[in-house]
Design a protein around this ligand. Structure first.
Ligand code: NAP
Length: 299
């Protein structure tokens, strides 16, 4: 039997990388090397049981990252801004991986990127967790690593956590507090990323060098709320909050989120048809809600 090409997957114990490992193992075209800082943690053990080679590496330790990439055909790379909220650190981690991919002559890298908003808007708007990834995308291109950037839309999963419906003062109805007005916002379930990355890796000649904006649905907040109401049986509405009012809220990371929503107002390129081509089973928001109904039962 011919030896399978190996893909190193960063963030393998997390949402994006976890979905990628799962899809690659199911597809069986590639062998998987899953990266975590702690190979003893339960999530890492599960990856091993599922058939991945699990290795320890820390994005802040070059030697360990080099060892994780050595001898592999390709890689899926995600960095986690939210762990440190430091744009420069995310850029440093990303550029270092890019340099190592170049040095080790990887044939195809899938990078979880986003736009450099600061550059796109001529400095009018800054979204640090986008700008950092945009700078790393540019660096990958500059040093000529064959790289496909997958730019994810707002995770539908954010509606379970950071953007969960908030109870209104009447104690009965709920509202989505997202300052998008009537502008549609792209969304996708992060669990649908894996098959997309798998399709991209299997078609390097078509996708290497491209930036792909991923989206499963383009809906206004009112439409998200209507679907949530329909599936949960609760009354959920759009709060219609303005960016000016949103930024004054006492919410975690409100400034970063507000800047991101302001960038979403500019309707970044997210391609539903291409997303569906790369993963024909990508869930619509309604399907996501139906699959996650239980998570809203205590609303
Ligand atoms: P996640 O579920 O929190 O997982 C983070 C992963 O990163 C873990 O597997 C962790 O591995 C790994 N990790 C963190 N620091 C590391 C380090 N120093 N060295 C090695 N591995 C490290 O995060 P995610 O949702 O998959 O990805 C987060 C990224 O997605 C963020 O940068 C965010 O900007 C981006 N994003 C989010 C959205 C959204 O709507 N939420 C949309 C687009 C893009 P171990 O702990 O096992 O080492």
């Amino acid at each position: 039997m011919a030896c399978k090409k190996t893909i190193t997957v960063f963030g393998a114990t997390g949402a994006q990388g976890g979905s990628v490992v799962k899809a690659l193992l199911q597809d069986k075209s590639f062998a998987v090397r899953a990266v975590t800082r702690d190979v003893t943690k339960p999530a890492a053990q599960k990856l091993k049981e599922a058939g991945a080679e699990v290795v320890s590496a820390d994005l802040d330790n070059e030697t360990s990252v080099k060892a994780a990439l050595k001898g592999t055909y390709g890689a899926f790379v995600v960095t986690n801004f939210w762990e440190h909220m430091d744009k420069d650190k995310e850029v440093k981690q990303g550029k270092q991986i890019a340099d190592l991919c170049k040095q080790l002559e990887l044939k195809h890298v899938i990078y979880s990127g986003l736009e450099n908003v600061q550059k796109l808007t001529g400095g009018k708007l800054e979204v640090p967790h986008f700008d950092s990834k945009g700078l790393v995308e540019e660096y990958f291109r500059q040093i000529k690593v064959p790289m496909t950037s997958v730019r994810l839309a707002f995770y539908f999963e954010n509606f379970l956590t950071l953007c969960r419906p908030q109870k209104c003062q009447d104690g009965k109805t709920y509202q989505l507090v997202i300052p998008m007005g009537d502008i549609p916002m792209d969304g996708i379930s992060v669990t649908d990323l894996g098959p997309i990355v798998c399709s991209v890796l299997k078609n390097p000649s078509e996708y290497a060098g491209k930036d792909i904006g991923l989206s499963a649905d383009k809906l206004t907040i009112r439409q998200y709320a209507e679907i949530m109401s329909e599936v949960t049986g609760k009354t959920i509405v759009d709060s219609k909050i303005t960016p000016e009012a949103y930024i004054k809220l006492d919410l975690p990371v409100v400034q970063e989120m507000n800047s991101m929503f302001l960038f979403y107002h500019m309707r970044p390129d997210r391609n539903v048809a291409l997303t569906r081509k790369l993963n024909p089973n990508v869930k619509t928001f309604k399907q996501f809600m139906e699959a996650n109904k239980e998570a809203f039962k205590d609303l």
